[in-house]
Design a protein around this ligand. Sequence first.
Ligand code: ZN
Ligand code: ZN
Length: 463
Amino acid sequence: MTIPLTSTRLAAIAALLLSSAASAQPAQSAAELAQQGDDPAWAITRDLTTEIGPRMAGTDAEAAARRWATRRLQAMGFANVREEAFDMPVWVRGAEEAWLTGPFLPQKLAITALGNSASTGASGIEGEIAYFGSFDALAAAPDASVKGKIVFIDHQMKPAQDGSGYGYYGRGRFTGPNVAAKKGAIAIVIRSIGTDSHRNPHTGVTNFDAGVTPIPAGAISNPDADQLVRQWRRPQPVRTDAATRLRMKLILTPQNLGIRKSGNVIAEVPGSEPAASPVIIACHLDSWDLGTGAIDDAAGCGIITAAAKHVMSAGQPRRTIRILWAGAEEVGVFGGKAYFDAHGKEKHAVALESDFGADRVWRVDFKLPDGAKSLADRIAAAVMPFGVVRGKQPADGGADVGALIQAGVPAIDLAQDGTRYFDIHHTPDDTLDKIDPAQLRQNVTVWAATLAILANSSDSELP
Ligand code: ZN
Ligand code: ZN
């Protein structure tokens, strides 16, 4: 039996949120909102980044974050709050320093190691730089042009509302080190996969194929990459003379700590019809260690949880809403994989994730069964007043629910404005002050409106 989401109930949810969500108004200061203390998305983002801070998956900090998360979700009144543990390999950062050492006077670079980088050893390594203008240029290069050298990968990523440069230019980080290692490079340094002009390097995970010995792999900030490129392009009268070649010294001493425990934190809003498949909403609890993980992804956990709380407060939904705070996304989506291993055979009505900062939702994309056409129309109409347009492309979900969607679970994306996301992403600048409370509230409003409709959808719409 279907309990339709009446316009009264939707209006009640909107009223809860609308008063403060008007995006045309100037942003309230963080301090103002913090004093109000009644906005759960802001409170989660503020408290997690303040009381826990950086929380690399599998470390003691992430374990503390799980205990924190469990307490918070229980205190908010959610049901079935639990931790589901899993094992994962843990990598931690060490010393990180780099210099351009020739042919000019030594100059220090702002560098950070990529996740899964090998160590150079404490005394570091020095070598000639092999410049590549793109990932594709490296992939096409003969081994001889790389062997024994430090590879540098450049790129031209620019800010974009949909963040679409990340997948394309990000290959330099995702697989550049693996390609360089296979060609015999002694190390690799990339231009940070970021769009800012600050001297903040952007970290992020890289992966080496089984059988490939990892090499030291780092990212330098955009201004440092510019400097490297300028030196590379200086007229060099005798390019073949070793003394005129561009050289770099690198000290990166990360360590692999072996297999440690992490875990997913799960909470629920129980539905009135337990037989109906649940709606799953996800974020990730872990973060990189350079900042405090405010935009990535404390805000995402704040957004989905606040939305679920608003739906719960408006009356029991028909379907169960399951909240997944995945314990390990950054270093290889171990949380999403563990969730799928444990729950992949259960039915899920639809999956959504928030992992793209806290700036406003501007587009909604769907990947729903044929019977859900009117459901999609209702959602598109409900979010339209908040400046959200309907996209033409299918939703792709998110990393932590990726395995579910791969297995056929329907998905909806509430796409956020990514124009400034890659200025901050995976840098020391990922801190609470970057969250715009007004845009955060718009997110929660859009999420709550969408979630209320989904959680009350019929079995013919979402089996
Ligand atoms: Zn993330
Ligand atoms: Zn991230």
